[in-house]
Design a protein around this ligand. Sequence first.
Ligand code: 2GW
Ligand code: MN
Length: 297
Amino acid sequence: SLSGLIYWGFNSIWFGNHLTGHLGRTDVAFVTPWLAPIVWEGTFDSTLIDSIYKQQNITVATTLFALGKYTRFLKDFLESAEEHYFVGFRVHYYLFTDQPEAIPNVKLGQERYLTVKKVPSLNRWQDISMGRMEILKKLIENELANEADYIFCLDVDTKFYGRWGVETLGHLVGVMHPWFFNVPRFIFTYEHRRESQAYIPAGEGDYYYTGAAFGGSLKDVQNLTKTCQEQLNIDAANSIEAIWHEESHLNKYFFYNKPSKLLSPEYLWRDISMSAGQVKIIRFSHVAKNNAEVRPN
Ligand code: 2GW
Ligand code: MN
């Protein structure tokens, strides 16, 4: 509203957020109806929040899948992550690939680690995309317990352009899908067939979350990946595949297990060349890709 804008402008110009301690935005919602913060530029103090987390000795596990031609995205992903992603904090990337020999040699900073894990090639891309849940569940259960505090699971056909830091940490973290953050709920592409375990009744749901980025504490993400994997298996046994694959199951999970923090589409934009009023900073984005060229069959 005009008065909101004037208040915001006045407040920022005359007092400045750093002097008044007033952080917030009048053009976007920055809290959900269940009081989870929605992280937007202008709603947090990065210096302050960094100093709080610096006192804890945290490790952020970060998982990536690069099968087939998707290894070509790794160099940009890793180089840009080293520049923008949890800078100054311990990060351990876990990269699943069918071609370890195709992994580029990217120089990592101090306290930044990369573990490459070989997985079998798959023919159907839906199986690659959905198979991630089972692999993630096993990784968390079998290997991460004493190795990490938080985990983020990210698409690899992406690149960082701005800060992605400790402001994103929480028990259970979902990211608003960049196509659906400013549209009414009936547009959301949830699974609406009752036969699928990803079913969400018409007219229900909170937000539409992307499958390309989610995370949280190890325990919460373990429960998420375990539940989604079980539901994917039930669907497979019933010969039904949810409309947007594991993204549909993730949305169902987040509907019944509300995220404790949401990230705005700044944290997963669709393509760096597209802009949107409320998105003032693109921090992480899908890269424009030629599907015909990178996708098998
Ligand atoms: C191959 C053919 C068609 C689609 C994907 C692939 C493929 C995916 C591949 O050959 N190799 C591969 O490693 N992937 C991995 O799966 C890779 O990590 C990639 O980022 C991820 C998801 O595939 P992607 O990025 O092509 O799908 P998007 O960006 O259209 O994905 C959204 O919807 C998907 C489900 O349909 C997922 O939920 C994804 O997280 C969403 O962003
Ligand atoms: Mn993608």
